[in-house]
Write a protein that binds this ligand. Structure first.
Ligand SMILES: NC(=O)c1ccc[n+]([C@@H]2O[C@H](COP(=O)([O-])OP(=O)(O)OC[C@H]3O[C@@H](n4cnc5c(N)ncnc54)[C@H](OP(=O)(O)O)[C@@H]3O)[C@@H](O)[C@H]2O)c1
Length: 340
């Protein structure tokens, strides 16, 4: 294809949401070679405009026509919308990169974090799959860190506790905290209980085994992305009243012996990771550290006090960026390498 023939029409489905707006921002910041943007949202937003590179684009409702000529469709409008529209967009020729949980565990759909398994994006003939799933936000930041450790030392078991931003529940999650902080009466708590000045150890609904759906996503998605069904992941997911990013405390049992400096050097040199680990200078990542950043920040690295082959660490990432929009755009960048 000559450069004058190049076109890349990108649909952003969910363009008015927290993730969709971040997608537009990330596409612009990373100078993704977009020739046309098609913003899509619900009837509530139809006719309004979103801005991309200083230009207004009018929001459409989803339809077969809206996806016509679209090369890459970034979906972030929830699982119901994805189930209804992903096949339609794919039939129109788009590569769909879906942020919802609709297809993540479908064996025919790759679940991709570009730092971990970019090769899964493509079929055997080298063309991209029609639908590619973006993992859950808390899973993405964890696997970015587990991958280099797994390659060098073999990860056996991870005990993970999360400290998740209210923005992980979208606009309603963010607005609920603001409304509670303003002292407004709540008919029903968006985060199951008051979230202001609180921490709620429930994200999404409980399953029959006593874990929440969010926790089981961390179990199942991690194994699929890492391509290893022997990994034991033991999660507890907790919502806390912060913006900016999700924190995770990780306790990682390794198969091989390690030394701490080796682990620090390995993680500092791994893609998508920034090491911030100098406790004596009070340097360690926090949600505000990761806000509006695309990397996963790692600190508090230390050997487990009781188990010498086990590591403790604390990781943070912006759930709307690396946990959603940035990861999706990175997938689109890999897809695009085979389109040029
Ligand atoms: N927030 C996170 O950290 C995060 C991380 C990873 C994945 N995700 C996933 O990304 C998706 C979006 O999350 P979000 O946080 O951006 O949610 P959000 O702020 O609530 O935004 C939802 C978006 O979807 C649109 N939408 C909803 N139902 C629709 C329908 N039936 N038809 C057309 N458009 C519809 C909304 O349009 P209107 O504005 O017109 O209502 C809005 O643009 C969800 O699947 C979520 O699980 C979120």
């Amino acid at each position: 294809m000559s450069s004058s023939d190049y076109h890349c029409r990108v649909a952003v489905f969910g363009a008015t949401g927290l993730v969709g707006r971040t997608m537009l921002k990330v596409l612009e910041e990373r100078n993704f070679p977009v020739t046309d943007i098609v913003p899509i949202a619900s009837a509530r937003s139809a006719g309004q405009a979103v801005q991309f590179k200083g230009q207004d684009y009018i929001i459409q409702v989803p339809s077969k026509e809206a996806f016509q000529g679209v090369d890459i469709a970034l979906f972030s409008a929830g699982a119901t919308a994805s189930k209804q529209w992903a096949a339609v967009a794919a039939a129109e020729g788009a590569v769909v990169i879906d942020n919802s949980s609709a297809f993540r565990m479908d064996p025919d759909v790759p679940l991709v974090v570009p730092e971990v398994n970019p090769g899964d994006i493509f079929k055997e003939d080298g063309t991209p799959e029609h639908i590619i799933a973006n993992p859950n936000c808390s899973t993405i930041q964890m696997v970015v860190v587990l991958k280099p450790l797994h390659d060098l030392f073999g990860v056996k078991r991870v005990v993970v506790s999360t400290y998740q931003s209210v923005t992980g529940k979208g606009k309603v999650g963010r607005d609920a905290l603001e409304s509670e902080l303003a002292g407004e009466k709540q008919d029903e708590y968006t985060h199951f209980h008051q979230i202001a000045f609180n921490a709620v150890p429930q994200i999404d609904m409980f399953t029959e085994n006593g874990y929440t759906k969010e926790e089981m996503k961390m179990v199942n998605e991690t194994r699929k992305i890492m391509g290893d069904d022997t990994l034991s992941i033991s999660p507890t997911t907790v919502r806390i009243p912060v913006y900016g990013g999700h924190g995770e405390s990780l306790n990682i049992e390794l198969a091989k012996d390690f030394d701490i400096d080796q682990v620090r050097d390995l993680l500092a040199a791994s893609p998508g990771i920034i090491l911030q680990d100098d406790p004596s200078a009070r340097i360690y990542p926090m949600p505000l550290t990761s806000y509006e950043r695309d990397e996963v920040f790692v600190g508090r690295i230390r050997r487990d006090y009781w188990h010498p082959q086990t590591l403790n660490m604390w990781i943070v990432a912006d759930n709307l960026r690396k946990g959603a929009a940035t990861n999706a755009v990175q997938i689109a960048e890999v897809v695009n390498t085979k389109r040029k």
